[in-house]
Design a protein around this ligand. Structure first.
Ligand code: PMP
Length: 423
């Protein structure tokens, strides 16, 4: 597909991916109208956090204006409304990932807390000397450090599936590393730095062949593709609201009911108990056993609004448009002299990591910011991956369905400018 083909798709296709539809979508995200250093904002840092549509912003406002109260505790009307809305948000999230019951949907602060919960309450009590936890080279720090902490306390060891230079997992190495010593396989569905989409379904099947449970870090998958936890058959699936057009401070841990049921609580406090005495405390039923204290009620409502919004747009349009963005970005960027792509896996989400000659990513990012373009520079919380490539960091452009081909043109122009200024 050529550059002009792609422009044609974006401007004249009467179906999905039309410019008019994308413009309509952009109008639903007020921040996209902002100006930065006198330029129209070009927001290409969606893997860090996504922007929020009016549907989410208005839901938060409506809650505080009309419904604010604490959940699960009051007989008064507002408390009942807040409880119903919070539990209804849980149902929306259950549908979103295709879980069997709302007992399997635990609200957390985000992906990080969800992984810590599983490392602490599921893995740690079973771990000992000689046991292994299997990760990949491309994990985010939040899917490394909690396991490392569990290993430090129990004498277990981390094993790491290597990648090739394209940023694809080496499957034979994965098969070799899976063993009767493996207590859990924890891996990312989509790499935040490379965009690689891992073959998680096949890996889960292979791990289950040896009765090894699997946790999937879905932080970078849920904004881009439909996820069905029953189809994947994963044991745990984690994601963050703020990376899927919802609020910060809210996320989800999906876990198979039988596993969650057998796990000890993560934190103690209000709401997670059935009864308390100084002699003995019994715990609440799922999922409340894992939600100690007043939850992020408004966060859950905002996240449910984001899910509804995503449903309205539909993953068909999202996937089609983001694929066009990715193909176009690769093609246009490759015209820049001295550019080096970090990660080139055959299966990718709309993320491009690059280096520009011998320039430092931070300097490039600073110049781009002066031109109103927001990209992320640095190690993207994947230092072991940076070590694999022998680089300190990259310049990363990560796309969402509201980005346009014209924004990619602006990015390319700005990178060319940065390249000539810095060299
Ligand atoms: N995993 C991946 C793949 C991520 O990209 C991120 C965020 N960059 C996280 C985990 C952590 O998410 P959060 O900070 O929302 O907990």
């Amino acid at each position: 597909m050529t550059t002009s083909d792609l422009h044609t798709i974006s401007t004249s296709d009467p179906g999905l991916g039309t410019n008019a539809r994308i413009e309509e979508i952009r109008a639903a995200f007020p921040i996209l109208q902002e100006r930065v250093h006198g330029h129209q904002l070009v927001y290409l840092d969606n893997a860090s956090t996504t922007q929020k549509p009016f549907a989410v912003i208005n839901r938060i406002r409506e809650y505080y204006e009309h419904e604010n109260s604490n959940v699960h505790r009051g007989v008064h009307s507002l408390s009942q409304i807040a409880t119903e809305e919070y539990e209804s948000a849980r149902s929306t999230l259950k549908e979103f990932v295709g879980a069997r019951t709302t007992s399997e949907i635990v609200f957390t602060r985000g992906t990080t807390e969800a992984i810590n919960l599983v490392a602490s309450s599921f893995a740690k009590p079973e771990l000992g000397e000689g046991d292994e936890i299997l990760l990949t080279r491309m994990e985010h720090h939040s899917n490394i450090v909690p396991w490392q902490m569990a290993c430090e306390e129990t004498g277990a060891t981390l094993r790491v599936i290597p990648i090739d230079d394209d940023g694809t997992l080496i499957y034979e190495e994965f098969e070799r590393l899976l063993s009767e010593r493996t207590r859990i396989l924890a891996l990312t569905h989509v790499s935040n730095t490379l965009g690689t989409v891992n073959p998680v379904k096949r890996m889960i099947r292979d791990a289950h062949g040896l009765n090894i449970p699997v946790l999937i870090d879905g932080a970078q998958a849920v904004p881009h593709m439909p996820v069905d936890v029953i189809d994947l058959d994963c044991d745990f699936y984690c994601f963050s609201g703020h990376k899927m057009f919802g609020p910060t401070g809210i996320g989800v841990l999906y876990g198979k009911e039988a596993l969650l049921d057998a796990m000890r609580p993560y934190q103690g406090g209000g709401d997670m108990i059935e009864s308390v005495s100084f002699e003995r405390t019994t715990y609440n039923e799922l999922p409340h056993k894992f939600e100690a204290g007043t939850p992020n009620i408004v966060g859950a409502l905002g996240l449910a609004a984001a899910v509804e919004y995503l449903r309205e747009i539909g993953f068909d349009l999202i996937r089609e448009h983001e694929r066009n963005l990715l193909v176009y970005a690769r093609e246009r960027l490759s015209q820049i002299e001295g550019i080096r792509f970090i990660g080139d896996s055959a299966h990718r989400a709309a993320v491009v990591s690059v280096l520009l000659g011998s320039t430092h990513p931070y300097d490039v990012g600073t110049i781009l910011d002066r031109m109103g373009i927001a990209v992320r520079t640095g190690h993207h919380c994947t230092q072991p991956l940076m070590r694999h490539y022998g680089i300190p960091g990259t310049v990363r452009a990560s796309f969402a369905f509201y980005n346009t081909l014209e924004e990619i043109d602006s990015l390319v122009e700005a990178l060319q400018r940065a390249s000539s200024v810095l060299s």
